[in-house]
Design a protein around this ligand. Structure first.
Ligand SMILES: C[S@@+](CC[C@H](N)C(=O)[O-])C[C@H]1O[C@@H](n2cnc3c(N)ncnc32)[C@H](O)[C@@H]1O
Length: 307
């Protein structure tokens, strides 16, 4: 039986995923709505909000038959409908329920696999129990803090430190460049760092400064010299700038050997800058993901234990 890798494009970023297929030499065999199928086994993609591995077409005789066949494959099922919406919902209603409540920051991720299925035709489902995310369709939501963070940018760092870097933080120093109005600095301040260095040309909010243990520097990040710093555990950047400028800054700090881990937002203007995005990936053992909380931007990271 033919197996496919399924990629669910991010709403409004379908053309980014299509470009990524071209760059990586993948040929799309089928497409419906935002769902793209490529024959065979392939890795997750930056611009897919969820990747479904080993998808198979399965004939079904009825709603009950579909639910029975899905239950035989796995417990948790995220549905993406590409048509026949009502019939698909009726099948989904016959499947086990799972927790869809927003989670707190740093909450352990669900341990069980999340499957993916769609009703491709009225008498044919497409399904797999194995996907790239423990959340249905890769959509994760937090119990937001509506009081402290001065901007919604904090959700990106919450997602990153919950999903990609859940390890305990034991002291040390973090640096946040492009920090105003202070969302990321606030997140870093809530983690167990001894010190947070926060750098922006504009000041961060006073109530964040008042939390203490924040060394705010009102200057351009591009003028920073790694020689002026001690060891840095996490170098974090959410600066609005051209990707090439960020790449040069990251390389300067990486070459200094003083930084253990990096997490940086690569932001795009009207066009996605693939040339420099791919240059980021040339940095060994580093990764790029499109977080659920990213917009027209991606998140590059490098973890010291993987260098
Ligand atoms: C998207 S905002 C950062 C939001 C922040 N992460 C938060 O959570 O509140 C981007 C920031 O980059 C800053 N920025 C732009 N150029 C900069 C530079 N050369 N040096 C430092 N910061 C810069 C801007 O002043 C702006 O505050």
């Amino acid at each position: 039986m033919i197996q496919y890798t399924g990629y669910l494009a991010i709403h409004k970023f379908e053309s980014e995923l299509e470009r990524e297929f071209e760059i990586k030499g993948l040929k799309v065999a089928h497409k419906k709505d935002r769902l793209y199928l490529v024959e065979g086994e392939h890795p997750a993609m930056i611009w897919a909000q969820m990747t479904a591995f080993g998808l198979e077409f399965i004939p079904i005789a009825s709603i009950n038959d579909a639910a029975k066949k899905l239950r035989a494959l796995g417990r948790n099922w995220g549905l993406f409908t590409v048509g026949n919406h009502r019939r698909a919902e009726l099948i989904q209603n016959e499947l086990p329920k799972y927790n869809t409540k927003p989670i707190p920051f740093r909450h352990p991720l669900p341990a069980s696999l999340m499957g993916f299925w769609t009703l491709w035709e009225p008498d044919q489902i497409l399904a797999t129990a194995k996907t790239s995310s423990p959340f249905a369709l890769g959509e994760m939501d937090f119990q937001e803090d509506k009081v402290m963070p001065p901007s919604r940018a904090y959700l990106k760092l919450w997602e990153f430190f919950t999903v990609y870097a859940p390890e305990a933080i034991q002291g040390g120093t973090s640096i946040d460049v492009g920090s105003c109005p202070g969302g990321w600095t606030w997140v870093l301040r809530t983690l167990e760092f001894d010190k947070v260095i926060s750098v922006d040309k504009a000041p961060i909010e006073k109530r964040i400064m008042d939390l203490g243990r924040i060394d705010f520097r009102k200057e351009s990040a591009f003028g920073l010299d790694p020689k002026d710093f001690g060891e840095i555990d996490w170098f974090c950047s959410d600066i609005i700038c051209y990707p090439e400028r960020l790449l040069n800054l990251v390389k300067r700090f990486r070459d200094s050997g003083k930084v253990k881990n990096f997490v940086c937002t690569i932001k795009y203007q009207s066009e996605t800058d693939w040339e420099n995005t791919l240059k980021f990936l040339e940095i060994p053992n580093s990764h790029i993901v499109h977080l659920h909380h990213n917009k027209h931007e991606v998140t590059w990271f490098l973890k010291g234990d993987q260098q």
